[in-house]
Design a binder for this molecule. Structure first.
Ligand code: ZN
Length: 103
């Protein structure tokens, strides 16, 4: 079974719907945990790399357990502060310590 699957997400900032990679529950279990709770996972995939979802339309980043929506003022502030400052990259590919590759 593949460790990743695609899930449809709706951006809470611009309401754009996009697909993002998620880790199957059986691959989320740590094989070892340090006393500081740093987890070690199967070599196929590290679930920590898939916590953040980035909207390919506006660049807003969120997490599954983060805010459920933004009010109009928050959306306006995000767009004002982010315009021209964000370079949106592919978000559906497998991620690792080198992701995203800079070029
Ligand atoms: Zn968005």
């Amino acid at each position: 079974m593949e460790p990743l699957y695609q899930s449809k997400i709706k951006c809470i900032c611009c309401e754009f719907t996009f697909m993002t990679s998620r880790v199957r529950p059986s691959f989320k279990r740590a094989v070892k945990t340090d006393t500081d709770f740093c987890g070690y996972y199967k070599p196929e995939v590290n679930p920590d790399f898939y916590v953040v979802r980035v909207c390919p339309n506006c660049g807003f980043a969120s997490t599954e357990n983060g805010m459920e929506r933004l009010n109009d003022q928050q959306k306006k502030q995000y767009h004002e502060k982010s315009t021209g400052k964000i370079r949106i990259i592919a978000v559906c590919e497998a991620r690792n310590k080198q992701w995203p590759a800079t070029s």
